[in-house]
Design a protein around this ligand. Structure first.
Ligand code: LRH
Length: 449
């Protein structure tokens, strides 16, 4: 008898519920519901419309049950770092603030005044990003707050009534000790934060509670952690690019790299499933293209076709530059970056899109060569997973820039990783990541030219 699990995967622009039917040697994925995730402006801040996401999630679970009958498990993942604040009665105080809201500058200053950047990195291994939870929390008034719940943990609480903090996502707060996987008590004390504000830590792959009689499991609730589970690697010598709104570029390691060199190179040590370390750099990713599209009102197909015909390498921008973080005016910001660095300005949408894609491919190359240098781990191939695996031009440019084979796919790696961890938690699969990865299908290889 086949078993069916439902993965709830919330992305920055849409959420989806994907079912995975496990039977006869295959994991069959089906997207049963997709809903928009449109941030709202409230109280002068950009926020997530979390009730709408919750409704999308429950509608999706209903659609999954309609299609498959009963479900054998549910798991939730989302983007990292953001959280909801609950009062003593368990009610959400306000919609969670979006990590792209620029409010955190003051928080960064406050935290760094107490714990300088080098010590913060040596303690947590998390790269500096202005939106890390630790900086967001430093801007909050916490006196009436009883609980801080990261986004997937908040939705899981609404489904099950049980509170917890899943470890892969907890690592992105910038408050976890990467050596032990426990909160850094010293850091909480120095920052005057009560560690009890976060419900108890729990690993991915344990029972979180139940929803309408169906088990809810923790998974790699940080979407990138789930995506890395479904990288169909067959040896240790691989790098990954988890390519969606962000591109997360790096390696899977057994131990964190906490050197000053790694900090200077802005590499992070996020926690992976099975206690692995995701040693990676954040590259802006398809966000650049999505914003150009929104800005110019043009379709993706048109932009990519024109980019394919445009002159290669005409102008390159730094695809890790925080100037590209906030929404809006992306075409103007990219053009300004070209001008300021003495390069030709893109003259049409095709040149603009080409500049984005060339810049991404070069940023991937730089991140991978830094990752190899900093960790000492050699690589023989790059796995590009997530929505970007559909972008043939980007895959080809990445293979050329890195001088390595790029295995592109699966596009739905996050959902697949979420489902595989549930299936193992339910006792239907066993073994480590290599065994889980052997269930993943859907790869196309690009060789460098
Ligand atoms: C990708 C992602 C990434 C984080 C960012 C906030 O969705 O989780 O790993 O750095 O969102």
């Amino acid at each position: 008898m086949a078993a069916v699990f439902a993965a709830v995967d919330l992305g920055a622009s849409s959420g989806r519920v994907v079912t995975g039917r496990l039977g006869a040697g295959t994991l069959e994925l089906a997207e049963v519901h997709r809903f928009a995730n449109e941030p709202v402006s409230e109280g002068g801040l950009l926020r997530w419309d979390i009730r709408k996401l919750h409704k999308g999630l429950t509608d999706g679970l209903r659609a999954a049950a309609d299609r498959h009958g009963t479900l054998d498990g549910i798991g939730i993942d989302s983007w990292a770092v953001d959280y909801g604040l609950l009062d003593a009665s368990g009610s959400l105080i306000a919609n969670p603030v979006h990590y792209r809201d620029p409010r955190t500058a003051a928080g960064v200053e406050r935290v760094h005044a107490v714990v300088p950047p080098a010590r913060l990195y040596a303690t947590t291994g998390i790269q500096f990003q202005p939106f890390n939870t630790v900086f967001q929390l430093a801007t909050e008034e916490l006196s009436s707050v009883a609980d801080i719940l990261l986004i997937p943990d908040l939705l899981s609480y609404w489904l099950t009534g049980e509170k917890g903090t899943e470890r892969t996502n907890a690592s992105t707060t910038g408050l976890l000790d990467p050596r032990t996987g426990e909160w850094s008590a010293g850091l909480f004390a120095e920052l005057g934060l009560a560690a009890e504000l976060f419900p108890p830590l729990r690993d991915p792959g344990v029972l979180a509670g139940s929803y309408e009689g169906c088990p809810v499991y923790t998974v790699g609730s940080h979407d990138t952690a789930s995506a890395v589970v479904a990288v169909p690697a067959t040896s240790d010598r691989f790098a990954y690019i988890s390519c969606g709104t962000w591109s997360l570029v790096g390696l899977e390691l057994d131990e964190p790299v906490l050197t000053e060199e790694a900090r200077q190179a802005n590499f992070t040590n996020e926690r992976g499933v099975d206690g692995k370390v995701r040693f990676l750099r954040n590259v802006m990713g398809l966000w650049l293209l999505q914003e150009v599209q929104r800005d110019l009102g043009l379709g993706l197909g048109y932009l990519l076709d024109s980019a394919a015909r445009a002159t290669p390498g005409r102008s390159i921008v730094d695809a890790t530059d925080p100037r590209f973080l906030p929404p809006g005016d992306m075409a103007a910001r990219i053009t300004a970056a070209c001008r300021e660095s003495g390069q030709p300005e893109p003259r049409d949408p095709g040149e603009l899109a080409r500049c984005v894609l060339d810049s991404l491919a070069l940023a991937y190359r730089d991140a991978l060569s830094d990752a190899v240098r900093l960790s000492g781990r050699p690589i023989e191939a790059v796995h590009l997973v997530g929505g970007g695996a559909h972008n043939e031009l980007l895959c080809r440019l990445t293979a050329d820039a890195c001088g390595l084979p790029v295995h592109a796919g699966p596009a739905e790696a996050t959902a697949a990783g979420n489902l595989l961890v549930q299936a193992r938690a339910a006792g239907l699969l066993d073994g480590g990541l290599r065994e889980l990865r052997s269930w993943v299908r859907g790869v196309r290889t690009y060789l460098p030219e």
